[in-house]
Design a protein around this ligand. Structure first.
Ligand SMILES: Nc1ncnc2c1ncn2[C@@H]1O[C@H](COP(=O)(O)OP(=O)(O)OP(=O)(O)O)[C@@H](O)[C@H]1O
Ligand SMILES: [Mg+2]
Length: 343
């Protein structure tokens, strides 16, 4: 992982740990007593969450409105380029949980679905981003009580000395309860070459919690597909607890281009006509170079272009600067990249 990737990762972690303003807090009243029609902690359970009679009807439209699932899925579609199969999976899970909510109101048998997942794909393909959206969605549907995401790697879970691992893992689990525990590069938990590796202890605790505390926690393990496959082969217990395997494909150059436009728009910048072409050239070259990290490389490239644009403006002889000057990234701002120099 290059340092820029690491920085972006930290950003994700920090963001993930902050409570989101758009959600009710966990302490806000919203739950019905457990054992009634809707599960405890349901964010939208209210007077309407009462049990229904056999010939009652549920207003599907209202139900969708209440859970905001359509809005969340639409936002996901707008804000994330491509990822067709991933979006389909999320829509399917939402439908399942919505149907489950409605079934409960008729007292129909509803076993809590297993939602532990595995997200596989190359760096920068959107795994962490989608995991955060997943947490939000599961909260909206009443599946999770808090809907926050705790992102960790091996070092956060496994101790270096005897007796350190269990408390470390349990502490993380405690923090993640009511939300999603996202374990990046989960295969590093398992180190068969090292007989005394404490990672196995973490795996055993995780397996127990994934089985027994499904009501409180969704675990998402993530990493490269081939290493993840091996990890599951060596850990059949883990494999059997993961209900959904979602593969994140690499982005095409068109998708990367679209991602760039989205990021620029979001930050009130745009590419000049020539810059658009130069960025295509940039992508073509960058994609074949080492440490290419899909959407993250695009985000980093834009950061560096902004830096060059700022430098160009500040050091120019111009007396006056327009709004457009401040928004426009020119071909020059991109062409000064190392990616072009390396040739
Ligand atoms: N489909 C997409 N549309 C728009 N932006 C995206 C998309 N996928 C990823 N991004 C952006 O790219 C950056 C990297 O994404 P993210 O961190 O989710 O990738 P990742 O798969 O978790 O990477 P890693 O494996 O390196 O942790 C984020 O800033 C994210 O907003
Ligand atoms: Mg990630």
């Amino acid at each position: 992982m290059d340092t820029s990737a690491k920085r972006s990762w930290d950003f994700q972690m920090n963001r993930a740990d902050q409570p989101r303003a758009d959600q009710p807090r966990a302490d806000q009243p919203r739950a019905m007593e457990s054992g009634t029609a809707l599960s405890e902690g349901d964010p939208v359970a209210d007077a309407e969450g009462t049990l229904l009679l056999d010939d009652d009807l549920i207003n599907l439209y209202e139900e969708k409105e209440k859970t905001k699932i359509e809005a969340i899925l639409a936002r996901l579609d707008d804000e994330l380029v491509g990822l067709g199969p991933v979006k389909t999976k999320l829509a399917e899970i939402s439908s399942l949980l919505l149907v489950d909510r409605m079934r409960k109101r008729f007292s129909l048998a509803s076993s809590r679905p297993n939602l532990h997942m595995s997200f596989t794909g190359s760096p920068g393909t959107g795994k962490t981003t989608v995991a955060m959206r997943m947490a939000e969605l599961l909260f909206s549907l009443g599946y999770l009580k808090k809907g926050h995401l705790v992102a960790v790697t091996r070092d956060d879970l496994v101790g270096q000395y005897i007796g350190h691992t269990a408390p470390k893992t349990k502490e993380v689990l405690k923090r993640a309860m009511g939300g999603v525990l996202f374990i990046d590069e989960a295969y590093y938990l398992y180190r068969p070459e090292n007989e005394r590796d404490y990672g196995q202890e973490t795996i055993e605790i995780l397996l127990q919690v994934m089985e027994n505390q499904r009501d409180d926690l969704v675990v998402i393990v993530a990493g490269y597909k081939d290493r993840m496959d091996k990890f599951f082969e060596s850990n059949p217990g883990m494999n059997s607890r993961i209900a959904h395997h979602v593969d994140f494909p690499d982005y095409s150059i068109e998708e990367l281009d679209q991602i760039a436009r989205l990021i620029l728009k979001d930050q009130s910048y745009y590419f000049s006509k020539e810059a658009e072409e130069t960025f295509r050239e940039y992508l073509n070259k960058r994609m074949t170079q080492p440490h290419f990290a899909n959407a993250r490389s695009v985000r980093n490239a834009i950061e560096r272009s902004r830096l060059r644009q700022a430098n160009r403006i500040v050091n120019s002889q111009a007396e006056k600067v327009s709004k457009d000057d401040l928004m426009k990234i020119t071909a020059e701002d991109i062409r000064l990249s190392r990616v072009f120099l390396d040739l």
